[in-house]
Design a protein around this ligand. Structure first.
Ligand code: SF4
Ligand code: FES
Length: 243
């Protein structure tokens, strides 16, 4: 079949604004959108810029907006987004992150927030030299957020980040915090509160659920945000009671 890939392009050296360019390509319905982008780059326009690495939904580097929805190009088949001959498939870079060129965005702000939340185990002092046993139920508690591949699809889809508060740390950062906040071996909720409990921390989330809808890993992002809000409240109540 034939499809028209309508790609939003931008070259910072020559363009004042982004503009769409159409490419007509012959494809199989089971080809991935990443395959069609690679075909265009190799055969039609070598300047087309996008990121990709693993090609198998693991690295998170080829998240983009395909027909209006954040998706991984390597996990999106042509027949997922184009049914009839000469169907138009629009491809745009993620929202809420500056465009560097074509489909490539600058992840600087995204990873800055990620680093601030201390995405690593902060163990209890007494456990540093001993084995730190964890029950299967305790391990289950943080299984969902371990699946995050930092693709930023949720950040792009979040209406709070896009329309109201560009400084909101965003859903992915809270998911990364939840990974450790709910780990029975971790005692790092206090240093993480510096990021999570500030006005632009977890609190701006309004439960739009767009993050959950687009997450390519099926993470219950909104649920993790709400659980983190509850954990902060419980921690603060306990701390106030103890002092
Ligand atoms: S929570 Fe999901 S959508 Fe957000 S960065 Fe992680 S994998 Fe991507
Ligand atoms: S190329 Fe790695 S997730 Fe798509």
């Amino acid at each position: 079949m034939n499809i028209i890939l309508r790609i939003l392009r931008y070259n910072p050296q020559t363009d004042r604004a982004s503009q769409f360019q159409d490419f007509s390509v012959t494809v199989e319905p089971t080809d991935r959108i990443l395959d069609t982008l690679m075909f265009i780059k190799r055969n039609l326009d070598g300047t087309l810029s996008f990121r990709k690495s693993c090609g198998h939904g693991i690295c998170g580097s080829d998240s983009m907006i395909i027909n209006g929805v954040e998706r991984l190009a390597c996990k999106t088949l042509v027949h997922d987004v184009a049914e009839e001959e000469n169907a138009v498939v629009t491809v745009k870079p993620l929202k809420s992150l500056p465009v560097q060129r074509d489909l490539m965005v600058d992840y600087g702000v995204f990873f800055e927030a990620y680093r601030e939340v201390k995405p690593f185990l902060i163990p209890a002092k007494q456990a540093e030299r001993a084995e730190n046993i964890q029950t299967p139920a305790e391990r289950d508690r943080f299984d969902d957020p371990t699946k995050c591949i930092l693709c930023a699809s949720c950040h792009s889809a979040c209406p709070v980040v896009a329309d109201q508060n560009v400084d909101f740390i965003g859903p992915a950062t809270v998911v990364q915090a939840a990974r450790f906040v709910f780990d029975s071996r971790d005692e790092g909720i206090k240093p993480r509160l510096v990021v999570l409990d500030k006005p632009n921390g977890v609190w701006p989330c309004e439960n739009h659920f767009e993050c959950t809808r687009v997450c390519p890993r099926g993470i219950k992002v909104t649920k993790n945000i709400n659980l983190t809000k509850r954990a902060i409240k419980t921690f603060k109540e306990k701390t106030n009671k103890d002092t």
